[in-house]
Write a protein that binds this ligand. Structure first.
Ligand code: MG
Length: 342
């Protein structure tokens, strides 16, 4: 029981990293271009593992040697959230901002808004200033708070919805103060927590309607509620991926990418690799959509469901694959010792 919970904490962080690394090389490709490339692969007479390698090779522009698949800003910031929770046992935005600033490697593909905020934090500006000043003072409504929140969803997996909402809000503040940026993160955190709950209750199959209902129970924003309705309609209608991409969105805005990640998980929950490949196949902000879907699928299946060769492809230097496994183990230990979270 406990091992299985720990494996899911690891799964959340590692599948975030894997989805991020698979999607990053094709970030910005539109769905049709992705479909064309993936279609070429479909006819190769390969086994499942080899196909996975081929897809990774494809999306990184060639054969991937072990350790060569790099992650981006999504995983780097998810690591910061996990570190902050390990240190404090709760989200203290000022401390979290310090972790983001300390980890900040500008070449990891940060968006222009986040880049400016993190650069300002690194220069020692007060933690709550830069985020409020971006986008003409309305704050970022991008998906940057949502893409990194997986470890928080795991940490608060059995907490009350209101507790998850508040912790998520606090985790958004150092970079994302717009309500749509925050609410997108709430959706991802709830999906991760809900998937983990079902898994730990012994579910072998995801109860998709229950998961969607759980997410809905914690969402108040009209824009997201409408998107959740559309996700539900698509689960029944199963449109072509590029229709899903066009209607749900695959953009940098949280309202236009979080729903696609949720749909990828709810429609492909039975296979973690399929879920991630589908998320990438939607195109657009592929690394972030796959990172968010990865956090959800990792919560349900655990790290054991990630194909060996995908793990082997991941970078393994400082803050690489092994570091993520250790950090997720620490997060689990902190959670187990942290009474009163729920
Ligand atoms: Mg990224």
């Amino acid at each position: 029981m406990e091992d299985s919970l720990k494996d899911r904490f690891v799964g959340v962080l590692l599948a975030t990293m894997v989805g991020d690394a698979i999607g990053m090389p094709v970030e910005g490709w539109d769905c049709l271009r992705m479909a064309e490339q993936l279609d070429k692969l479909r006819y190769l007479p390969r086994g499942e593992q080899e196909l996975a390698t081929a897809v990774l090779g494809l999306v990184t522009g060639g054969k991937v040697e072990p350790g060569q698949a790099r992650y981006s800003d999504d995983t780097q910031m998810a690591i910061g959230i996990a570190q902050a929770l390990v240190d404090d046992g709760e989200i203290i935005p000022e401390h979290l901002a310090r972790h983001f600033a300390k980890n900040f490697q500008p070449w990891r593909g940060y968006g222009p808004g986040a880049y400016g905020v993190l650069d300002a934090l690194k220069q020692g500006r007060p933690w709550d200033e830069p985020a409020r000043q971006v986008f003409g003072g309305q704050g970022s409504y991008g998906n940057g708070a949502a893409m990194r929140v997986g470890p928080l969803g795991a940490f608060y997996w059995d907490a009350d919805v209101a507790v998850i909402r508040e912790a998520t809000r606090l985790s958004s503040l150092p970079t994302h103060t717009h309500k749509h940026g925050i609410e997108g993160a709430v959706v991802v955190a709830l999906a991760v927590a809900g998937a983990l709950r079902q898994a730990m209750a012994g579910a072998e199959e995801l109860d998709v309607a229950a998961l969607l209902g759980f997410v809905r129970s914690g969402v108040t924003d009209e824009v997201y509620l409408k998107k959740l309705d559309q996700v539900e309609d698509f689960l029944a209608a199963e449109p072509e991926p590029c229709v899903v991409a066009a209607r749900l969105g695959t953009d940098l805005a949280a309202t236009l990418s979080v729903p696609a990640a949720l749909f990828a998980f709810l429609s492909r929950w039975d296979s973690l690799p399929d879920c991630l490949l589908y998320a990438v196949s939607l195109g657009g902000d592929a690394d972030t959509i796959a990172a968010m879907a990865g956090a959800m699928a990792g919560a349900f299946h655990g790290a054991a469901a990630i194909p060996e060769n995908w793990l082997a492809a991941l970078e393994n230097g400082p803050q690489g694959r092994d570091f993520a496994v250790t950090l997720a183990g620490q997060l689990y230990a902190r959670r187990q010792g942290n009474l009163g979270v729920g």
